[in-house]
Design a protein around this ligand. Structure first.
Ligand code: CAA
Length: 240
């Protein structure tokens, strides 16, 4: 039986590449999205991957959505917590709303996504938790106090979950993408983006597929001893 994988924010950007790669690797994939119905419908038409709409910032919506996916496809064995947003501003201009929205989606959203799935992973003695962090959680970033805090928090989550899940056959790992050619990075003003690219030794942005392959590696049955680790894919921009 194909294992069931859930990818949050899985119909666009890096998440879409992850959904497609896991499908290609033989997983039964469910992808969530927050609001863009059109993009989700186009994604399903293109790939056949079923999409589910819920807000990862809500525990109730997440738990109900996960229950629905479980009814439709079976117990979720691989979860990729990928959904995330940016609300960038220099700290003196960052409002409490900008802080809270990013924390609620990127950090609490990981809790809301993994927590309802954790009991069945423990029961089935198998699980793969993969959290999409960021280079900016590792190094910090001008105008991203909120985002960097969540992405650094992701690393604490996986290191803790790894210790709790290890005996139950569950691994938890993070992937830290560098700057990848997605809408999120394209939203950065062009001048700023050019200056970012000039700081990447590879001389280019990464491709979503280059992150998806890291996720697929961690999702594999053969990756059971890789637990609590972080894979960085950033074109040599930053080393931990
Ligand atoms: N380092 C140092 N100084 C910087 C800077 C940086 N990286 N970026 C901007 N500044 C400076 C500017 O030069 C400017 O200085 P001056 O006033 O002396 O000219 C000042 O900061 C900007 O001040 P403003 O008040 O004009 O800034 P603003 O309110 O208009 O905000 C901004 C602009 C939001 C910071 C915009 O520049 C921006 O979006 N920067 C990019 C931030 C970024 O890298 N985000 C990552 C998005 S991609 C992502 O998050 C995915 C991932 O995981 C990698």
């Amino acid at each position: 039986m194909a294992r069931v994988a859930l990818v949050t924010g899985g119909s666009r950007g890096i998440g879409a590449a992850i959904s497609k790669k896991l499908q290609a690797d033989g997983f039964q994939v469910a992808a969530t999205y927050a609001g863009n119905d059109e993009a989700a419908a186009a994604f399903t038409a293109e790939t056949g991957i079923k999409t589910y709409k819920w807000n990862v910032a809500s525990y109730e919506e997440s738990a109900a959505g996960i229950a629905q996916v479980t009814t439709d496809l079976g117990a979720i064995e691989v979860v990729v917590a990928n959904a995330g947003i940016t609300k960038d501003a220099p700290f003196h201009k960052m409002t409490p709303e900008m802080w809270n929205q990013v924390i609620d989606t990127n950090l609490t959203g990981v809790f809301n996504t993994v927590h309802p799935i954790w009991p069945s992973m423990r029961e089935n003695k198998f699980g793969r938790v993969i959290v999409i962090s960021s280079i900016n959680g590792q190094k910090g970033q001008f105008a991203q106090v909120n985002y960097a805090a969540t992405k650094a928090g992701d690393l604490g989550i996986v290191k803790s979950l790894a210790q709790e899940g290890a005996r139950a056959g569950i691994t938890a790992n993070a992937v830290c993408p560098g700057y990848i050619a997605t809408e999120m990075v394209m939203a950065v003003p062009e001048k700023v983006r050019d200056s970012i690219i000039s700081q990447i030794p590879a001389g280019r942005l990464g491709e979503p597929d280059e992150i998806a392959r890291c996720v697929a590696f961690l999702a594999s049955d053969d990756s059971g001893f890789i637990n609590g680790s972080t894979i960085s894919a950033n074109g040599a921009q930053y080393f931990v």
